[in-house]
Write a protein of this length. Structure first.
Length: 385
């Protein structure tokens, strides 16, 4: 079987990383993957090629729709002759669906990564795209979501899937694992003492991530603790985050800003607590599952599937409520190091049991087998959720 993936771009984001994980996990199976990036190869292009998957880049201009690009993609799909076209992120959902119809290709699968969005934070093109997708949502053979909240939000928005399935993110628990060596190394690199409380927020700079909420909450509990930021847009030169620092009541010396990093498995292992202050839109944030896999207790807002992922292994606070977020962080910081370690190990066990990478790969394979049963054998019958 051949699956052709169409994704908006391959920059450093959760959807892009999950696609790479899916490709890696499929190595040695009956499934052959190809990837089309509507933009360039980005951060993950090399990782895609390293899995053995063929990568095509269309190098489109960002935030512009080009009719010629639609026909270029349709021509590529026609030449590739895939059994399934799987699209990732809204713009790829739209152009991938239309191009596949033009090419007369096999079933199209949409892959949803977010929950309820506040569209006024984003471009008009994004809003128009999502509205168009809701009208076209009977066309794909299946619509998959990485969260229950995400599926429900899109159904409320007007999506009408012929087949709907929730497939949670898979976490690589071999790469993301507790590491005392990484903890010591990273803290030494950052000039942080072994006993200094270190709270991390691994999130790109985006309205949904609500860094101001994190800053305001951290200011209420800081003491001698430090706040570490990593993710696209968190670089030291970001004036927007500097302004939010001040609005949140924090001094620059209290915040460590690393920007986009490829070694998040090392960074997370150095933390005492991970915090996500998202205001809206989350589905299944990778950082949450990855921190839990590293044995780091987490605090997150009750957005998307965050509360269900954490279970009883951390804290949950309402969105846009820095006082509640601060209280949840304080509870974890008040634990002894042994108590936090025990809680972190429970969190890791939860990820291993419920969100293993192998389970995600198997679930996608079952969808593929259901949509093109003559191409795959060895999978049980697939049932929609």
């Amino acid at each position: 079987m051949k699956v052709l993936h169409v994704i908006t771009g391959l920059e450093g984001g959760g959807a892009e990383r999950q696609l790479v994980y899916l490709l890696r996990g499929s190595t040695g199976t009956q499934i052959q993957h190809e990837v089309v990036s509507l933009l360039d190869g980005g951060v993950y292009g090399r990782d895609v090629r390293a899995t053995g998957a063929k990568l095509h880049t269309l190098n489109l201009a960002r935030s512009r729709f080009s009719p010629s690009a639609l026909f270029r993609l349709a021509s590529l799909i026609h030449r590739s002759r895939p059994d399934i076209v799987q699209t990732w992120l809204y713009h790829a959902d739209l152009i991938g669906l239309l191009a596949a119809r033009l090419a007369g290709a096999a079933p199209v699968v949409w892959t949803l990564r977010s929950s309820q969005l506040e569209l006024h934070h984003y471009s008009k093109l994004t809003g128009l795209t999502i509205r168009a997708l809701s009208r076209l949502s009977r066309w794909p053979a299946a619509i998959l979501s990485n969260s229950t909240a995400g599926m429900n939000a899109h159904l409320t928005f007007g999506y009408q899937p012929r087949l709907a399935q929730v497939i949670p993110n898979g976490i690589d628990t071999n790469a993301f694992r507790p590491s005392e060596a990484a903890r010591k190394e990273v803290r030494a690199e950052l000039g942080i003492g072994a006993d200094t409380p270190l709270i991390g927020c691994i999130a790109r700079c985006d309205p949904m991530k609500d860094h101001l909420n994190v800053f305001s909450a951290f200011a209420r509990v800081a003491g001698d603790a430090r706040l570490l930021l990593a993710g696209k847009g968190t670089e030291p030169g970001s004036h927007k985050l500097s302004s939010q620092n001040r609005l949140g009541g924090l001094g620059p010396e209290q915040v460590i800003r690393l920007g986009d990093r490829r070694d998040t498995h090392r960074i997370i292992a150095a933390l005492d607590v991970l915090v996500l202050g998202s205001a809206f839109g989350e589905g299944f944030p990778n950082a949450l599952g990855e921190a839990m896999a590293c044995g780091v207790p987490c605090v997150a807002t009750d957005v998307g599937d965050n509360a269900a992922i954490i279970g009883g292994c951390g804290g949950v606070a309402p969105p846009r409520d820095p006082q509640a977020l601060a209280e949840a962080m304080s509870q974890l910081l008040a634990l002894s190091s042994d108590q936090r370690r025990a809680l972190g190990l429970r969190a890791r066990e939860r990820i291993q049991n419920d969100y293993a990478l192998s389970a995600m790969v198997r679930r996608y394979s079952e969808v593929y087998a259901f949509l093109a049963p003559q191409k795959l054998s060895g999978y049980e019958s697939f049932r929609s959720a």
